[in-house]
Design a binder for this molecule. Structure first.
Ligand code: SF4
Ligand code: SF4
Length: 604
């Protein structure tokens, strides 16, 4: 346990903001409006320079959260996460040294697991608990010492800023104060080059996403030593302040490569553990009876809950990214997995409040809860919210089940049921490939458009609703991630089919299932004897947080071009780095749905 006094240490944080983007009008905003944002952000930061986080799309003013996160993260938690990220780099350096001396993967196991969990806890909408972050820091410092012993004969000795972790104290306050010494402005000043620092941030956030995906794999007992070695190398590179443009660019692409391999492993782990997903119609409306709601991405947790609730008179509902769980034979066999409730994560304050039972959040995305449901909210794994009950690694849901049984649950309703079909994993889509190719060649199918990624609360995310609705009737829409909630209930699209009888929307699953899109694109390209970039395929990605950053890097590493990215560009990409991405990969900022549909249909 930790005791913390409120600290407000005088900080001289370099607060120079240096760019701001809007994707609505042009790639980079005109200098005048950039300057406006620049000044606005700068004055905010100087008047209250308590934190700087800009890792996600909802960051304040498309610049940075500088006093409190738009997500609700406090300056204190942000500082602790900066410290934790620093310890991750230190552990990574020592893990490299230990490997060099011949340490076995068994000896590195604790470091591997800790790395994945600690990094996952720094993603957007995962862990808001200072105590939990402090526990990860403490565990990391112990692991670092163990690695130092293993690496005693290594010629690779960690040097530079990571050595400072040796100076870290033990209290929560110590950890928080240290975080201010390794904040974004401090590290950027140390590197001294904005473009290099931008590359280092791109790799950092992509690596966070890759670690989160790898943590999902580990839930199903999968861990690849080569991937862990590469992850530690990426963070080791990020430990350096050297403005090494080429090395940092290579590190960015390396993250894309690692994440592609992690996604393939995750796809295999899901199919091996729960069976091959199959198209399944999911009831999206309530069923009378007592109820538990499960949100997040980890199917293993859902399975454990289904086992423990069997025969207990409680129905289980999925929420958010759990929706695709209904397509797995190993999960849909449970008759009390009755349907899906609600939409994407950003609506949980409203939806959870109305749900008549307890709610479990297994992974991201969680929001700071309202009092209306705080006492019936449970977190798991890396997710943490102070004052909310956390279910341990034994996955004992007895308290949740008791609470569900003590509540009234859903009443009978006369509302007509609504359904949505999930389960178009690559294993289900590839058998349709001939149908798709015939339709493309006969002109019956004009284009395939992948609309995937994250959802969020910003109004401009309606772009994805409009894009899906504006596409001509003879286009096929592939989707994955929670962005699908922008259009799967659209009257213009729900239940609609293509002229050849195929559904207009093929729901490929969670963002965790992005590998499916890669396989389908590669196989179609093979069948049509062309490259992925020459397929009649357009990609519109909706990014919010670091898993989306990882998927984007994977696509770039594969050489995929012409990706539309929105609803705004990441705040951590400088104009020069953006120019490289535009020139090399033709990364396209989203504009308006109408204009983009025209470009897409013209093959751009
Ligand atoms: S995670 Fe996003 S919203 Fe939260 S503090 Fe960071 S940039 Fe802001
Ligand atoms: S797709 Fe992204 S935004 Fe949506 S729940 Fe998953 S991690 Fe969160």
């Amino acid at each position: 346990m930790f005791h913390r006094t409120s600290i407000r240490v005088a900080r001289s944080i370099a607060t120079r903001p240096y760019y701001a983007f809007s994707m609505k009008a042009a790639v980079v905003q005109p200098v005048t409006s950039m300057f406006r944002l620049f000044s606005m952000a700068s004055s905010q930061a100087i008047s209250n320079p308590e934190m700087m986080c800009r890792q996600c799309e909802q960051t304040k003013d498309h610049y940075a959260c500088t006093t409190v996160g738009v997500c609700g993260k406090t300056a204190e938690t942000s500082a602790m996460q900066d410290t934790l990220s620093h310890v991750v780099k230190s552990v990574s350096l020592w893990a490299n040294s230990a490997r060099e001396t011949g340490a076995t993967e068994e000896q590195l196991h604790a470091a591997n697991i800790w790395t994945l969990r600690a990094v996952f806890s720094t993603l957007t909408n995962v862990n808001f608990s200072e105590e939990r972050i402090a526990a990860y820091i403490q565990e990391g410092l112990v692991i670092k010492k163990d690695l130092e012993k293993l690496a005693v004969s290594s010629t690779i000795r960690p040097v530079g800023p990571v050595a400072e972790t040796a100076l870290l104290g033990k209290s929560l306050q110590d950890f928080e104060e240290f975080g201010h010494t390794v904040s974004i402005p401090k590290r950027m000043a140390a590197m001294g080059d904005e473009d290099c620092f931008s590359l280092s941030e791109i790799a950092t956030y992509g690596a966070r996403g890759a670690c989160a995906y790898a943590a999902h794999c580990y839930q199903m007992g999968k861990m690849d030593p080569d991937i862990m070695k590469d992850i530690h190398q990426v963070f080791s590179k990020l430990a350096s302040d050297e403005p090494d443009m080429e090395g940092l660019l290579a590190n960015v692409l390396k993250v894309g490569d690692i994440n592609g391999r992690v996604l393939a492993m995750l796809d295999d782990a899901h199919a091996t553990t729960f069976g091959i997903p199959e198209p399944t119609s999911v009831k999206m409306t309530a069923t009378e009876g007592k109820a538990i709601l499960v949100s997040g991405h980890d199917l293993v947790d859902l399975e454990a809950l289904l086992q423990q609730t069997e025969g207990k008179g409680v129905n289980v509902y999925t929420h958010g990214e759990m929706l695709p769980a209904h397509s797995y034979p190993g999960l849909k066999k449970y008759k009390h997995l009755v349907g899906n409730y609600g939409t994407a994560w950003q609506n949980q304050k409203f939806e959870f409040a109305l749900f008549p039972g307890p709610i479990i959040v297994t992974t991201n995305c969680v929001q700071a809860p309202r009092s209306a449901y705080r006492s019936r909210l449970y977190t798991m794994n890396e997710v943490g919210v102070d004052g909310v009950a956390h279910i341990g690694e034994d996955r004992d849901f007895s308290k949740v089940i008791d609470q569900a049984q003590s509540m009234k649950g859903f009443k009978a309703t006369i509302e007509p049921p609504v359904y949505h079909t999930v389960g178009f994993n690559h294993r289900a889509v590839l058998p349709l490939a001939k149908q798709v190719i015939d339709a493309v060649q006969s002109g019956a199918l004009s284009r395939i458009v992948l609309i995937g990624g994250c959802d969020g609360s910003q109004f401009d995310r309606n772009y994805y609703t409009e894009l899906a609705e504006e596409l001509p009737d003879d286009t096929l829409i592939l989707t994955l991630g929670c962005a699908k909630n922008r259009f799967i209930r659209s009257e213009k699209l729900m239940g609609k089919t293509l002229p050849n009888g195929m559904p207009r929307i093929l729901d490929m699953g969670q963002c965790n299932d992005s590998y499916s899109a890669v396989v389908v694109a590669n196989e179609l390209a093979k069948a049509l004897d062309c490259s992925v970039n020459d397929l009649p395929l357009s990609l519109a990605l909706s990014h919010l947080e670091q898993k989306a950053a990882a998927v984007l890097l994977t696509l770039l590493h594969m050489g995929v071009k012409n990706i539309r990215l929105g609803p705004s560009l990441p705040a951590y990409i400088t104009p020069n780095v953006l120019n490289v991405l535009v020139e090399k990969y033709n990364l396209i900022p989203t504009t308006t749905a109408q204009a983009d549909v025209k470009s897409i249909m013209a093959g751009q």
